[in-house]
Design a protein around this ligand. Structure first.
Ligand SMILES: C[S@@+](CC[C@H](N)C(=O)[O-])C[C@H]1O[C@@H](n2cnc3c(N)ncnc32)[C@H](O)[C@@H]1O
Length: 353
């Protein structure tokens, strides 16, 4: 069993430098968002550009623009060779569109979240979500939806390999059910790693359509799509998936969108669909795993109606009510956690990473 909460908090030391760096961390965050907004990496191109070229293209004041570029060099986000500025390895990795590590949607989504974080005190006073999206028009709603899905996709792309590596060796054939599958990035990785498995991909209709057109398009023959609201009362859609028919059931970042009552129902549903020897996988942020997960709970408080993070034990107890009495916990290097549940110890991963 991996020790939970083994990571040091950012406040575990007490130096003034540490205090200053934490306090002013928002400056670096805003700077990253601006670098994405102006498409700096694309603008510089592989040959680089001079400061006057960059400033003239962006309509920036030449002297201020040069100071900004020099600051980015000092931070090692870009490099300077003679009089030309070029992308550095970090910016090339995360800011180059159409490459696997690109984080453009994540940066845009985070910019949007700045507004909700400014409502923290008001939210704490109100006892419910204050930052609302109701006043958006249709186009803005679609844009926000794309950004949200895109940010999920970019994170899943980073995490999927380590998530499935944590499962250890799997049988050559089986069925995986992905509930609340989002962009389909997790499933695409899983199906690539396990070429003779099939999958059931479940999410709201609009999300399923997008995933089928994009991430899951190459896997169409192996994926059964389920367009449904897993919480809808009297929704017969999920009844079409036979009980105890899925070898792995994945709930990745789904339960943090809901309150405890809905989460219990979702875990119950997942348990019902999982075979006798199968595993139920909860991949998420758990409030007792690290300081990042604790902050994630506030993110849910500000941006969802009743979402929250759960303690590992809460989920273990919920799953035990449905006969899943054995578990292992895997902290993933990129920051999230996999809680792997089975009906008995023999169903758990054989090889722990
Ligand atoms: C935070 S995203 C996680 C997506 C993906 N599993 C991942 O880890 O990247 C939550 C997903 O659950 C879906 N979802 C939330 N509530 C749902 C419900 N009641 N029924 C079906 N899907 C739901 C959302 O549409 C979204 O795609």
């Amino acid at each position: 069993m991996i020790q939970i909460n083994s990571e040091q908090s950012p406040f575990s030391g007490a130096s003034f430098l540490q205090f200053s760096d934490l306090l002013t961390g928002y400056r670096i965050g805003l700077l990253l968002m601006l670098v994405e907004k102006i498409g700096l990496v694309g603008l510089l191109g592989p040959q680089g550009k001079t400061s006057p070229q960059i400033c003239s293209r962006l309509g920036w004041d030449a002297a201020f623009g040069q100071r900004f570029l020099d600051c980015l060099c000092r931070l090692e986000l870009i490099e300077k060779k003679e009089d030309r500025y070029l992308p550095g390895s970090f910016s090339q990795k995360f800011f180059t569109p159409d490459t696997p590590n690109y984080q453009g949607n994540t940066l845009c989504f985070e910019r949007q979240l700045l507004q909700s974080w400014q409502q923290l005190e008001a939210t704490l006073t109100a006892g419910h979500r204050v930052y609302a999206t109701e006043d958006k028009n249709e186009e803005e709603i679609q844009q926000a939806f794309s950004r949200y899905l895109g940010a999920m996709d970019e994170a899943a792309n980073q995490r999927a390999e380590e998530l499935f590596t944590a499962l250890g060796p799997l049988p050559t054939q089986g069925t995986i059910l992905d509930l609340g599958g989002g962009s389909g990035a997790h499933l695409a990785t899983f199906l690539t790693r396990n070429p003779t498995w099939s999958a059931i991909f479940c999410d709201l209709a609009q999300v399923v359509e997008r995933a089928l057109q994009e991430r899951l398009a190459p896997f169409a023959s192996r994926v059964t799509p389920w367009r449904c609201n897993v919480l809808a009362e009297n929704d017969r859609e999920l009844d079409a998936i036979n009980d105890k028919s899925c070898d792995l059931t994945l709930l990745s970042n789904l339960i943090h969108c809901q309150g405890p009552e809905e989460t219990t129902r979702i875990i119950g549903l997942a348990a019902r669909k999982t075979t006798a020897t199968g595993r139920l996988l909860i991949h998420d942020f758990f409030s007792d795993c690290s300081w990042r997960d604790a902050l994630y709970d506030l993110h849910m408080m500000l941006n969802t109606y009743n979402g929250r993070t759960y303690r590992v034990q809460e989920c273990v107890d919920m799953a035990a009510n449905y006969g899943f009495c054995a578990h292992t916990v895997h902290r993933l290097a990129s920051g999230s956690t996999l809680l792997c549940l089975a009906r008995s110890e023999s169903g758990l991963p054989v090889t722990l990473p």
